[in-house]
Design a protein around this ligand. Structure first.
Ligand code: PEP
Length: 257
């Protein structure tokens, strides 16, 4: 059985004091959930990592980052390394979010380097894949997923791929309020799992966690989680308030597969 994983991507929101307040609120709301059953990951902006790390120490909440560079150190102004993230208590790192592909020139090649760097430090990469609206309309969804998986995760060993979490995030559903239907999510996520079986083997493919991301809310999480290949969610907007994120986590946790 794959362990459910719900991650909140806070994007470029929350000052340090606001981040502390949100993390404290979530800790209070979610303390009853068993960390053996579910991974609950908070991904604040870099500036708040240290404080959120302190707030959630000794809780069932885990710390994630929204990106990182692929070198450990060096003259790379403005970048943050996986080593630095590990140092502050990070366990998960989002790689290749579509906003990074869209605004910051992220490519399958850089995503591949970052994924390997994160794995080298025993952190868990959450690798984002997904088609744009135009690509879906042109019938290219599977082709795009094939390209993102084949090249973004290129040359990972069986052991490495086993650590990766994949987030299927159709770009047209991110921040738009237009969630993919559970059938659309399942279809894409089954396709991803079948690809992994082709590139590795069935056993590994069945063990890899695949999240859905794109306008996830308390109202749609149950339907999504009921699909056999949806193992959790990457949540943007709805992760910014205690009530909505806690409700998503609790409802997802109730859907045992
Ligand atoms: C995201 O940031 O990955 C995301 C899915 O955002 P939202 O939930 O706001 O669509």
């Amino acid at each position: 059985m794959r362990k459910t994983i719900i991650a909140g991507n806070w994007k470029m929101y929350k000052t340090i004091s606001e981040a502390i307040e949100l993390a404290n609120g979530l800790k209070r709301e979610l303390f009853k959930l068993d960390a053996q059953d579910i991974d609950i990951v908070l991904c604040p902006p870099y500036t708040a990592l240290s404080e959120v790390s302190e707030v959630i120490a000794d809780s069932n909440l885990k710390l994630g980052a929204q990106d990182c560079f692929f070198k450990d150190e060096g003259a790379f102004t403005g970048e943050i390394s996986p080593l630095m993230l590990k140092d502050v208590g990070v366990k998960f790192v989002i790689i290749g979010h579509s906003e990074r592909r869209q605004y910051f020139g992220e490519t399958n090649e850089s995503i591949n380097k970052k994924t390997k760097a994160v794995l080298r430090h025993n952190l868990i990469p959450i690798v984002c894949v997904g088609e744009t609206e135009e690509e879906r309309e042109r019938g290219l969804t599977f082709q795009v997923l094939d390209d993102h998986i084949r090249n973004g995760l290129k040359d990972l060993t069986e052991e490495q791929i086993g650590q990766v979490v994949i987030a299927y995030e159709p770009v047209w559903a991110i921040g738009t309020g237009r969630t993919a239907t559970s059938t659309q999510a399942q279809e894409a996520q089954r396709y991803i799992r079948d690809l992994l079986a082709k590139f590795y083997n069935k056993e590994i493919a069945e063990s890899i966690r695949i999240q859905y991301g794109g306008s996830v809310k308390p109202e749609n999480i149950v339907e999504l989680m009921q699909e056999p290949d949806v193992d959790g969610a990457l949540v943007g907007g709805a992760s910014l308030s205690v009530d909505s994120f806690a409700a998503i986590v609790k409802r997802a946790n109730e859907v045992k597969k």
